[in-house]
Ligand binder design. Structure first.
Ligand SMILES: COc1cc(O)cc(C/C=C(\C)CC/C=C(\C)CC/C=C(\C)CC/C=C(\C)CC/C=C(\C)CC/C=C(\C)CC/C=C(\C)CC/C=C(\C)CC/C=C(\C)CCC=C(C)C)c1O
Ligand SMILES: C[S@@+](CC[C@H](N)C(=O)[O-])C[C@H]1O[C@@H](n2cnc3c(N)ncnc32)[C@H](O)[C@@H]1O
Length: 328
């Protein structure tokens, strides 16, 4: 029996068509066609796809989860040095820009999902601490005729709560990545306002309406059901809370695109082999980047999860983009 048109479009044109069809009220398939009566084959939106991609490879969903786990288990110890080498330090600028965009207020409760070795969390703690100190200094300067005891007391209070009540939870599915992150936190003296949780972005172990900001940097590309992770992000954010995602995206300059492709496929796996002894994980990295939706497509996915005022900013000719959305 012939497959319905929506399935054919989904199979050959991808999720963009699929979304467009859903908008027109047509039934949309999310899985592969396997024969049998039409009613059984037109899958409901709840039904999960059984096949997905791992880089350019087609794999089952279960396989994808374990392959992604193995990748980060394998690269964990060399992860930070590889990022500096591959990007010549540019990933640090992108991460700083994410924090400037967030501009957290005192008392911000942040959830950093796929937080890995803690780069976003540490930047958050530095940012809120320096903001808090600046505010306290300004307050002290504005108060006239304070005794030295009063000034000393204020400074002591500041030491006790140097973050102004802000807090970050780093959540990641990979034990090895968290282990490296915790070691880094210990070595660099980060302790207050920081917690580590081993969990899946698709099934967060947090109550509804708990966080002010949700971040995910270079993480969502690795998640099997991106839609599910986005719904979880929406659920755990407070009303008024903000979703921020830093991820690889679509390069918008043809010359940069050519060079970037050359660099990605010819240089990155070689660096991976030489530095981390792992060609395959870095081949997965460059392939997974090419499989990730464009800026506009990802914006639509974020909107589909219920976020509003969704915007994005492309950085470094679109090599990466920061998407932002609000739970209103
Ligand atoms: C397993 O999964 C993962 C593992 C991880 O460790 C990390 C992640 C997540 C990823 C990050 C947190 C960030 C990682 C960063 C990247 C993947 C790289 C992003 C790339 C850039 C910022 C640079 C983009 C490069 C270009 C626009 C093209 C410029 C390139 C060239 C001029 C070289 C062209 C290459 C060839 C012609 C091939 C032959 C060349 C050689 C053998 C020489 C090798 C050259 C170098 C090593 C120099 C590299 C040059 C640059 C980095 C250029 C920088 C300049 C610009 C930004 C314009 C994860 O998921
Ligand atoms: C490229 S690293 C990003 C780490 C960090 N956010 C950064 O910017 O450096 C991707 C991280 O996503 C994590 N990850 C992959 N799938 C995940 C999932 N389903 N839930 C939570 N974390 C996941 C990996 O374990 C890994 O630590």
């Amino acid at each position: 029996m012939a497959a319905p048109m929506s399935y054919v479009l989904w199979r050959f044109c991808g999720p963009r068509w699929s979304r467009a069809l859903r908008g027109c009220g047509l039934p949309v398939l999310q899985s592969s066609w396997s024969g049998g009566p039409l009613g059984a084959r037109l899958l409901s939106q709840e039904k999960r796809a059984t096949e997905t991609h791992f880089g350019f490879e087609t794999v089952s969903e279960e396989e994808k989860g374990s392959k992604v786990y193995q990748v980060f288990e394998s690269v964990a110890k060399k992860y930070d040095v590889m990022n500096d080498l591959m990007s010549l330090g540019i990933h640090r600028v992108w991460k700083d820009l994410l924090l400037w965009k967030m501009h957290p207020l005192p008392g911000t409760q942040l959830l950093d999902v796929a937080g890995g070795t803690g780069d976003i969390a540490f930047r958050f703690l530095n940012y809120v601490q320096s903001q808090h100190q600046r505010r306290q200094k300004r307050k002290l300067r504005a108060q006239q005729n304070l005794s030295w005891e009063e000034i000393a007391k204020q400074y002591q209070n500041d030491e006790r709560d140097s973050l102004g009540g802000s807090h970050v939870v780093v959540c990641d599915i990979n034990r090895e990545m968290l282990k490296v992150g915790k070691r880094k936190a210990f070595d660099q003296g980060y302790k207050a306002g920081l917690a580590w949780v081993l969990a899946d972005a698709e099934e967060l172990p947090f109550d509804d309406d708990k966080f002010d900001v949700y971040t995910i940097a270079f993480g969502i590309r690795n998640v099997t059901h991106i839609d599910q992770a986005l719904q979880e992000a929406h659920r755990v954010l407070k009303p008024g809370g903000r979703f921020l995602c830093l991820e690889f995206s679509q390069v918008n300059n043809p010359i940069v695109s050519r060079l970037y492709d050359l660099y990605s496929f010819q240089v990155i796996p070689v660096l991976g082999e030489v530095i981390a002894g792992d060609w395959k994980s870095y081949q997965y990295l460059v392939e997974s980047i090419r499989k990730f939706p464009s800026q506009e497509e990802f914006k639509e996915m974020i909107e589909d999860a219920g976020f509003q005022k969704v915007t994005y900013e492309s950085l470094t000719s679109g090599i990466v983009a920061i998407h932002s959305g609000f739970k209103l």
